[in-house]
Design a protein around this ligand. Structure first.
Ligand SMILES: *Cc1c(COP(=O)(O)O)cnc(C)c1O
Length: 407
């Protein structure tokens, strides 16, 4: 198989643009016209390929989907308007009122809120367990359970679950594994190899190419037999192995409407082409900074799964090409951390991750600002903790900025 970046650039048998444009242009239109009434009817029935209306599908968005399919060897890909849209669409395709889902509280803030507030209001029961404990996961699953959801590296705790072990536990019970791989997108992780059925990720992050646009991706790796699930059996009759993506696109996505704008799809296709290069640099920078920070007297609690004394060192090494580009550390107090962040000249104070620029914030005071002190401590987030999303700057410049801000 060809290399990752080659596959990101060259999609075999991609349709040639009508003008021969070497890059799929931005088709920024809502509707598509047809030569005759039968043609539009056939496309609407799914018997012929084509685009009818951009909320459902669009050539520029499809270009992004095809590149991701080519990159991951997936059964199919659906691109959506945000990472949260990808997560909620995946869950609502599998679960309905009366069902349960199993997850953990070590989740991205809005995903946690989705599980704590939004899904229960739809009548979906959410069971929170420690996903580091396979037995606890097994015990939480019963005949009402429609999926297990987790993240590859939790943020900001940087906890790494054993995907292969968890996939075996849930597959034995006929339950699909849905994983948010935003922290370790394709290139860092081959999710399919570890038994992940549905991969969801925020393409706002590494894919976009520097925080250019918001988007999300839902990938079906084709491992799960959808016909075995009563909720998907009717779709299996129509679409066979594509049952999950058929229901996700033709029902949940079309009806709720979280479509990706063609302009953002264009930016993200462009970002995908250089993603591996940017990931290499960011992750190598993060690894080197984490080791270097250990040698600085004022710095405490340095956390990155590439550090040999991290409890997740071995599992991260086994699962990922690199242990991601996010690290956390502390100074002696909240005040000292604030003084440090305010003195930085290069590293920016902002909430995104995987930008080309290095970004820093206090998770306690920003992402979890609305949670109680007790909740934040339970989530292992302290007032002095800082999260650094390491960018692609030259490493010496990052070190220099950190040193001058510590003075
Ligand atoms: C950013 C993020 C999301 C949400 O993605 P959006 O594109 O902002 O909707 C979900 N999960 C993780 C791990 C994230 O970092």
């Amino acid at each position: 198989m060809r290399g990752f970046t080659t596959r990101a650039l060259h999609v075999p048998k991609a349709k040639r643009d009508v003008h021969g444009a070497l890059r799929t242009p931005v088709y920024d239109n809502a509707a598509f016209e047809f030569e005759n009434s039968d043609e539009i009817a056939q496309v609407s029935l799914g018997r012929a390929l084509g685009h009818v209306y951009s909320r459902s599908s669009n050539p520029t968005v499809e270009d992004l989907e095809q590149r991701l399919k080519n990159l991951t060897g997936a059964l199919g890909v659906l691109a959506l308007g945000s990472g949260m849209a990808a997560i909620s669409t995946a869950i609502l395709t599998l679960a309905r009122a009366g069902d349960s889902v199993v997850t953990t509280d070590r989740l991205f803030g809005h995903t946690l809120s989705l599980f704590q507030k939004t899904l229960p209001s739809f009548g979906i029961e959410v069971r929170f367990v420690d996903v580091m404990d396979s037995l606890a996961v097994e015990h939480a699953c019963d005949e009402t359970t429609k999926l297990l959801f987790l993240e590859t590296i939790s943020n900001p705790q940087l906890q790494v679950a054993d995907l292969e072990a968890l996939s075996k536990v849930v597959h034995a019970k006929g339950i699909p594994l849905v994983v948010d791989t935003t922290m370790t997108p394709p290139y860092l992780l081959e999710a399919k190899r570890l038994g992940v059925d549905i991969e969801v990720l925020s393409s706002t992050k590494f894919i976009s190419g520097g925080g250019t646009s918001v988007g999300g991706v839902l990938i079906d790796h084709g491992l799960f037999e959808w016909k075995s699930l009563p909720s998907l059996a009717p779709y299996y009759a129509k679409a066979g192995p594509m049952a999950f993506l058929y229901k996700a696109r033709k029902e949940v996505f079309q009806n709720l409407g979280p479509s990706l704008s063609p302009h953002n799809a264009y930016l993200q296709s462009l970002g995908l082409e250089t993603m591996a290069l940017r990931i290499e640099r960011s992750c190598q920078n993060a690894q080197e900074l984490a080791h270097w920070l250990l040698s600085i007297p004022q710095v405490k609690c340095v956390n990155h799964p590439s550090l040999p004394d991290s409890p997740f060192y071995a599992i991260a090494k086994r699962q990922f090409r690199y242990a991601g580009s996010i690290l956390t550390f502390e100074l002696e107090s909240k005040e000292a951390s604030y003084r440090f962040m305010d003195a930085l000249k290069l590293i920016r104070r902002a909430t995104n991750i995987h930008d080309n620029k290095s970004l820093i914030l206090s998770p306690y005071h920003v992402i979890y600002a609305l949670n109680s002190h007790e909740e934040r401590l339970k989530l292992e987030i302290s007032p002095a903790m800082m999260r650094l999303s390491v960018g692609i700057e030259e490493i010496e410049d990052l070190k220099e900025d950190i040193l001058q801000a510590l003075c």
